[in-house]
Design a protein around this ligand. Structure first.
Ligand SMILES: Cc1ncc(COP(=O)(O)O)c(C=O)c1O
Length: 385
C-alpha cells in the first residue's frame, strides 16, 4: 500500500486508522498454499478476528481455528447461508476448536455441532465426555518452542511419554481421538522446532496405531509460520521445503495434514496510521505522544513481544526520540529509542505489518476506543465508513 494512499485514507476517515488490505490477505493465503500445498490452512481467528477478514478467508477457501465460543459463532455467521447439511459438513471438515481448555458452557454449546476439539489432560477428557461427547478429539503434544517469539509450550501440550495413555483414556471414555496436534511457538524462525515436533508426533502416532487406534488420521502442525517482518526472517519457502521432505518421510500416506496459521496470513496485510497529538522534551529527548498505543492497536508490544517501527510520512534529518501512546499510564510506551524527523502536532505516522495480535486485543482503557478500521478490497474501493 502506498504512503500516499495511507495519508489520503487518514484524511478521509480520521485517525487512529487501522487499514486492512484484503488483496494482501488473499496473497498471503496463496503463498501459504504454494509452499505447503499438502497442508489445509485453518486460519487462527485469534490473530485478527475482524469479521471482514474471516469472510475474505472463507471466500478464499480457508478453514478455521477458533479458540472460544465467540470465535466459533463468528465463523458460523459466515456459513449461515449454507444449507444445513453443508453447514454441518463445513464444521466437521473446516473448523477446529484448538483451545485445549474449554469451560462447561462452551462444551455444551459446541456438542450439537460435533466439532473437532483439542485436549491435553485427563480432566478435559472427563469434561468432554460429560458435556460434548459427540466431539472428535485431537491430542495436543508438548513440543520444543526454542527461539519462538511467543512461547506456548509452558501452557499447553501433554508430555510425549504420556500421550498414548491419554489416547487410551479418551477411548475408554467412549470418545474418538482423530489425531495429534502441536504448536512450535509463534513467529518461529528456528525451523528445527518443526522437525523435532514432527519426530515426536510420528513416534506417538506409530505407537498409537500399533495399539489399534486406527482412526487417528489427522496431523495438525499448528501455527508459528513466520511473517516476513524484515529481510532477516527465514522465508516460508524454506520451511515448506523442509516440511515437504519430513512429513512424507515420517508419516503414513493416509495422514491428513492441517495447520493453524494466524500471524503469517494477516501480519503483513494491515497498517496503522496515527497522529502526533503531543510533544515535549524530557531529559533532553523529544517525546512524541500519538493517538494509538499499547492499550490499543500496539498491544502486541506487551502481549506479542513485538517491536514495531514507527515511521513518519515526513522526510528530513532524524534524531533519537521517544514515542508514547495517549493514555495516562507509563506502560503505554511504544518506543524509547525511535529515529524520527522533527514532527509537529497533527503530523501523521504509520506502523506497517501490524495485522496480527494487535487490534484483536485493543481495549477501551482511559476511555479511548479502538482504532477505526477501513477495509481495502481493490485499489479504489475502501469500505464506506
Ligand atoms: C492453538 C493455536 N493455534 C494457532 C495459533 C496461531 O499461531 P500463529 O499466529 O503463530 O500462526 C495460536 C497462537 O497462539 C494458537 O495458540
Amino acid at each position: 500500500m502506498t504512503r500516499r494512499k495511507l495519508v489520503s485514507l487518514a484524511r478521509q476517515h480520521g485517525t487512529p486508522l487501522f487499514v486492512v488490505d484484503h488483496r494482501q490477505l488473499r496473497r498471503n493465503l496463496v503463498q501459504f498454499r504454494r509452499w505447503l500445498p499438502f497442508v489445509q490452512p485453518y486460519y487462527a481467528v485469534k490473530a485478527n478476528s475482524l469479521p471482514e477478514i474471516v469472510r475474505t478467508f472463507y471466500r478464499a477457501g480457508a478453514s478455521f481455528d477458533v479458540a472460544s465460543w465467540a470465535e466459533f459463532q463468528l465463523v458460523y455467521e459466515n456459513i449461515r447461508d449454507l444449507p444445513e447439511k453443508e453447514r454441518q459438513d463445513f464444521i466437521w471438515d473446516k473448523v477446529i476448536y484448538a483451545n485445549p481448555i474449554k469451560d462447561r458452557e462452551t462444551l455444551c454449546a459446541l456438542d450439537p455441532y460435533k466439532p473437532l476439539v483439542t485436549y491435553d489432560n485427563y480432566e478435559e477428557i472427563r469434561k468432554i465426555r460429560r458435556y460434548a461427547p459427540h466431539a472428535g478429539l485431537m491430542l495436543r503434544l508438548r513440543v520444543p518452542n526454542t527461539g519462538a517469539m511467543v512461547e506456548l509450550s509452558s501452557k499447553f501440550g501433554c508430555e510425549p511419554g504420556e500421550a498414548v495413555r491419554l489416547i487410551e483414556a479418551a477411548h475408554d471414555a467412549g470418545l474418538t481421538v482423530e489425531g495429534l496436534s502441536f504448536h512450535v511457538g509463534s513467529q518461529t524462525t528456528n525451523f528445527q522446532n518443526y522437525v523435532q515436533a514432527l519426530h515426536i508426533a510420528a513416534g506417538v502416532l506409530r505407537e498409537a496405531r500399533s495399539r489399534g487406534f486406527k482412526k487417528m488420521i489427522q496431523l495438525d502442525i499448528g501455527g508459528g509460520f513466520p511473517a516476513p517482518y524484515d529481510a532477516n526472517v527465514r522465508p516460508l519457502r524454506e520451511l515448506g521445503r523442509l516440511l515437504r521432505t519430513e512429513i512424507p518421510r515420517l508419516f503414513p500416506k493416509d495422514i491428513f495434514v492441517l495447520a493453524e496459521p494466524g500471524r503469517y496470513l494477516v501480519a503483513t496485510a494491515c497498517t496503522l496510521v496515527a497522529e502526533v497529538i503531543g510533544k515535549a522534551v524530557r531529559d533532553g529527548k523529544v517525546c512524541y505522544y500519538i493517538n494509538d498505543g499499547v492499550y490499543h492497536t500496539l498491544s502486541g508490544i506487551v502481549f506479542d513481544h513485538m517491536k514495531y517501527k514507527v515511521r513518519a510520512f515526513k522526510h528530513g534529518p532524524t534524531s533519537l526520540c521517544a514515542v508514547f501512546g495517549p493514555t495516562c499510564d507509563a506502560l503505554d510506551t511504544i518506543s524509547l529509542a525511535e529515529e524520527l524527523p522533527d514532527l509537529k502536532l497533527g503530523d501523521l505516522v504509520y506502523v506497517e505489518n501490524i495485522g496480527a495480535y494487535s487490534i484483536a486485543s485493543s481495549t477501551h482503557f482511559n476511555g479511548f476506543p479502538p482504532a477505526k478500521v477501513v477495509h481495502l478490497y481493490a485499489d479504489e474501493d475502501p469500505t464506506p465508513p
